[in-house]
Design a protein around this ligand. Structure first.
Ligand SMILES: [Zn+2]
Ligand SMILES: [Zn+2]
Length: 443
């Protein structure tokens, strides 16, 4: 676990200057992009326009393998850590300011709002404010709350393999059309199921095809006061073996995004996301369009709790399948409550009445459905049609959204289940399952 109480004074000084990655920590080849506050981008050449954008899968196939040595892996972990630390101090300052004044900071202009989430862009500085013009790296800020628990947010956020990233993107609509984990540095564990560090490739299509190579990390950090802060970062890195695609109409962009989450009330998680973007776009109008597209995609943060519920439902169905098959089952059966077992045993008889509201289902009733979790028959009003992401077996790449019948009591039980315990059990269950198989829930 990332312990925030031990970071040194040097780190603090470095962060106050707004520099989270000094050149001393970068390698001699300058492989790590260092652009926040510096605008010192890794040189990525622009290519002449070609209208032969390959399919995302063809691009994925063309990505060469990435092997890192132990030293490089440690370096990436350090980069992720210092990036979280520098953002944390900025977040705490902003959060305190908003709490005291009740208004958002003046230097930010609101771009979008959805539920309790607001997305801002930095106001452009007037030339008279300073003699030297600041380097302008477009940035976005998201600040607000989502209704739920920190563990639920982290369960949704911590997508650490190709299929999980694609499922999350499909469900929350964050704009990622395809993604690939190029190198796993830290895998989620039973101990820390929300923690991972990876090097990933992601492709966006709106407003135009643009890809990013990033170090991504998530986890829960603990402050000196013992408070838990969830984090998820993505920061552009460059490797000589991962050059931009030459024969496809895809621009390589740079981004640096840090999301922090904190439980502020029993059912309220504060969200702070700060991101810098270099779209490799000389045209300021096109750059502004890209920025607005990104702001739209950031509204997807409001869907994290629903994403967690969907993942919990898939876990519940996997758990049920494992128990039925009596293989790969967890030793602790605390999730299979006595109530759920009772519901299942009562499902065997042909039902004439709804198992939840006892309404008569009538002869040849068309509205009745079987709950996917407990198998009981429910009327159309007691059937909560829940959206579940599935992967077609054998095809293994296309993510489909299906509506599954779930009765209200089963849904309540799933929503209330602790996401941390679910995530731990999921790692245990997935120990003997392929990632695509986990999501190929039969219809
Ligand atoms: Zn009913
Ligand atoms: Zn049910």
């Amino acid at each position: 676990m990332l312990d925030l109480s031990h970071h040194g004074r040097d780190d603090e000084k470095r962060m106050q200057k707004g520099v989270y990655l000094s050149m001393e920590t970068a390698t001699s080849e300058q492989r790590l992009c260092d652009f926040v506050g510096h605008s010192r981008f890794f040189p990525v050449g622009r290519r002449p326009f070609q209208s032969n954008m390959k399919s995302p899968r063809a691009l994925v196939e063309a990505l060469p393998p990435l092997k890192l040595n132990a030293e490089e892996e440690v370096e990436l972990q350090r980069l992720a850590e210092s990036f979280v630390l520098s953002n944390l101090s900025q977040y705490l300052e902003l959060s305190e300011g908003v709490r005291k004044t009740g208004t958002s900071p003046k230097e930010w202009r609101e771009l979008r709002q959805k539920e309790s989430i607001r997305v801002y862009t930095q106001r452009s500085k007037k030339k008279s404010d300073s003699a030297v013009e600041e380097p302008s790296v477009p940035s976005l800020l998201l600040f607000g709350t989502v209704a739920g628990c920190l563990n639920d947010v982290m369960y949704a956020v911590a997508a650490s393999n190709d299929v999980d990233i694609q499922v999350k993107s499909k469900f929350v609509q964050d704009g990622i059309v395809d993604a690939k984990v190029l190198c796993e540095v830290v895998r989620p564990s039973i101990n820390e199921p929300f923690a991972h560090v990876n090097v990933t490739w992601r492709l966006y299509a709106v407003p135009e095809a643009r890809d990013y190579i990033c170090v991504e990390a998530s986890g829960i950090a603990t402050t000196a006061e013992g408070e838990s802060i969830g984090y998820h970062i993505a920061h552009s890195v460059a490797f000589p073996q991962l050059q931009p695609f030459r024969d496809a109409d895809v621009e390589r962009g740079n981004l640096s995004v840090c999301a922090l989450y904190r439980q502020r009330a029993p059912n309220s998680v504060e969200c702070y996301v700060h991101g810098f973007f270099d779209f490799q776009e000389e045209d300021t109008v096109l750059s502004a369009i890209s920025m607005n597209a990104m702001a739209n995609q950031w509204l997807s943060f409001s869907h994290l709790i629903q994403c967690s519920e969907m993942k919990k439902l898939v876990w519940r169905l996997r758990k049920k399948a494992a128990q039925l098959a009596d293989t790969c089952s967890s030793s602790g059966s605390s999730f299979d409550s006595v109530e759920a077992t009772r519901r299942r045993s009562s499902a065997a008889k042909p039902a004439s009445h709804c198992s939840v509201c006892t309404k008569s289902l009538g002869f040849m009733s068309t509205g009745k459905k079987h709950c996917r979790v407990c198998d009981r028959t429910v009327c159309s009003r007691c059937n909560l049609k829940k959206t579940v992401c599935t992967v077609k077996p054998l095809i293994g790449t296309a993510i489909l959204e299906k509506k599954f019948a779930v009765c209200a009591p089963c849904h309540q039980e799933i929503v209330k289940s602790d996401a941390l315990a679910v995530a731990r059990d999921e790692i245990h269950l997935r120990g003997c399952t392929r990632d695509s198989d986990w999501w190929s829930v039969s219809e």
